[in-house]
Design a protein around this ligand. Sequence first.
Ligand code: PFF
Length: 453
Amino acid sequence: METTNRVGFSSKIGFVLAAAASAVGLGNIWRFPYLAAEYGGGTFLIVYLILVVTFGFAIMITEVAIGRKTGLSSIGAFRKLNRKFAFCGWLGLLIPVIITPYYSVIGGWVAKYMVTYLTGHGSDAASDGFFGSYIGGVGQPIFWLLIFVVVTCIVVVAGVQKGIEKASVILMPILIALCIVISIYGLTQPGALDGFVYYVKPVLSKFSGKLVLAALGQLFYSMSLAMGIMITYGSYMKKENNLESSVRMIEVFDTLVAFLAGLMIVPSVFAFSGGNEEAMNSGPGLMFVTLPSVFESMPGGHIVGGLFFVLVFFAALTSAISLTETIASVIMDKLHWRRSQTVLLVGIFVFVVGIPSSLGFGVWSHVAPLGMDLLTFFDFISNSIMMPVLAFLTCIFAAYVLKPKEIIAEVEQFGVTFKAKKFYSVMIRFVAPVGIVAILISSVMAGLGVFSW
Ligand code: PFF
């Protein structure tokens, strides 16, 4: 059933680029910089980098290998390997179901900014209070949410993902180049060098359990881990392609984009605000508030701003496509519905469920579970709770049910050697599961006020 239509990637680079197109998105450009700003810059950066090369590496290898071994997407893959773990596949599906609606709300914000710049109103975007009053509105953000959902669904129904992915191969390097240009400009502004130091220099006193949990959640989110996506991509990968080096390339690419996005945003916020704590903690709005003021002061800034938001829009779209496709493909497999019918249903769901996240910044701001606005709440539940739990289960499954030797054998085919196999075994058996549980427990305890570090 799920094995049909596995066309497969024609080459290793095809796999790497498609997985990178899913991985590089709002997580890198919007989410990473605001977390880095909020959690003390360099301290967050260092913790994040350590997690990428340890936990991120081990879990991504595991997921891609499970997908390639079974040739199935996540629900079928877990079931085929061990019936008792089939629920992991379902849990993996639940996460995109929570993420896609609020992801699309932010996609809508990006669409609005893109059109604002392209229609020559860039100065409005840079004016004080523009962002707050825009997201606090009712009709406008819902309208742009709808536009984003419709565009995503059209691409998924038309089955032109391949075209979009090809386009993103060209657009992604342009995005990187643009981030470098904007960063260089930002760093030459008065006060930005202090911001640069803040962004890269770790400060021990800023280290906390909450920071590690935020970095861990960001890692899963950014690398599209712990939600079945990489299992699905792995199922399309050819046996003779080198799995380990492919995973390394995705990691490097994804982390580079996040690092550059932070470099573009964090030192500038620092410079504009003089390191003011409130500005550094402005959370989800950071990209939408800081960058427009950078563009405003930059020669040709409106053109750069327009181009920037077009590229971010594409990055968000490719990620939203893979999220939507994941949900739709399960429904199509199980219920045998037509693609157009399924995507219409998923689109309606995403739009309707996205509305509360959008209203949470305005008329529904009084609804604040755990003291968070609704969008931040959904983001927290999926990233800081559900993903670590699923990542933990995946480690346990790979280490003690399937056994690392099975994963290693999957990597080592056609004469390929798994260079980091010892490291992998230790990570997946001990360090990753113990680390994830420790981080989860400490943050829950801190949340309950039992203790905090
Ligand atoms: N990794 C994406 C990002 O960083 O924006 C988010 C994401 C996209 C997660 C697609 C999962 C996914 F299937």
